[in-house]
Design a protein around this ligand. Structure first.
Ligand code: AMP
Length: 275
């Protein structure tokens, strides 16, 4: 992969990368279509990265379908599907990590210790392997996109980071490979996440600035509609620092993570003041 990528770059060709863990859905494909417009060559990686799973999580049962992924990517005219083997990415004595210490500490980072270290490390490795000029990430994983941007800035990676909007099911549920775990009842409850976030967005639009009021409403709306959801966090944070705010003054993110019958789901909305 790296040999090929270095050849492309030496020939002056730009390269776009979309990193994924596979089991592709329309959310992934929207990133692929966006990336297609941004460079001469398009690489999609499919790698279920073991280091971003915390012990006890779903690493081994994470859904996989490489054949179907390959077919979908061929239909999107992707130039290279990079599908590395686990032991080709991590030597058995792998001992070097990329750690972002600020944005990665709250929200998902607080509940999945080591998760973002795995993400930043594998993305740094993918950047070295694929040599992209641009890489596209989804807004669904808002904290992840912010952590990657910070890593790129702090370590001077010569790559532009583009964030693409969250793609949703007709009832508003953010598409996710993990939605496949949900039985029909839990799938129906899962709508609550986006609905609750939309309530918060409307409260902000209507002028509510008290973060406690927004947070309380967010939690209540999830509890009402998804009685089986165990809320990990439901927070109102500064959209840049990802720190909880008391009063909304600038760009703000409402972010939630719940466990629904053992399946972990996340979602967010980012709100910006008008004018
Ligand atoms: P994953 O395969 O879940 O690691 O996701 C790979 C990339 O796709 C990440 O940049 C995600 O943020 C993005 N992604 C996942 N689901 C969605 C979605 N519903 N809408 C937009 N992007 C998404």
């Amino acid at each position: 992969m790296q040999r090929e990528a270095l050849r492309w770059r030496a020939a002056g060709r730009s390269v776009a990368l979309v990193p994924t863990m596979g089991y592709l859905h329309e959310g992934h494909l929207s990133l692929v279509r966006r990336a297609r417009e941004l460079a001469d060559l398009l690489v999609v990686s499919v790698f279920v990265n073991p280091t971003q799973f915390v012990p006890g999580e779903d690493l081994e049962r994470y859904p996989r379908d490489a054949r179907r992924d390959a077919r979908l990517l061929r239909d999107e005219r992707v130039d290279v599907l990079f599908l590395p083997e686990r032991d080709r990415i991590y030597a058995t004595d792998h001992s070097t990590w990329v750690v972002e210490e600020d944005l990665a500490s709250g929200l998902c980072g607080a509940f999945r210790p080591g998760h973002f270290r795995g993400v930043t490390t594998v993305v740094a490795k993918l950047f070295n392997l694929v040599q992209p000029t641009v890489a596209v990430f989804g807004a669904k994983d808002y904290q992840q996109a912010m952590v990657i941007r910070r890593m790129v800035r702090d370590l001077d990676f010569p790559v532009r980071i583009v964030t693409a909007p969250t793609v949703r099911e007709p009832d508003g549920l953010a598409m996710s490979s993990r939605n496949a775990y949900l039985d029909p009842d839990l799938r129906s409850e899962a709508r609550a996440l986006n609905r609750a976030l939309q309530i918060v967005r409307r409260m902000l639009d209507a002028g509510e600035r008290n973060a406690d009021a927004l947070r309380d409403r967010l939690r209540a709306a999830i509890r009402d509609e998804a009685p089986d959801a165990e809320i990990e966090y439901a927070e109102i944070v500064d959209a840049e620092t990802l720190r909880p705010v008391r009063q909304v003054v600038g760009p703000t993110a409402a972010a939630v993570a719940v466990r629904l019958g053992g399946t972990r789901l996340i979602d967010n909305v980012v709100w910006r003041p008008r004018g």
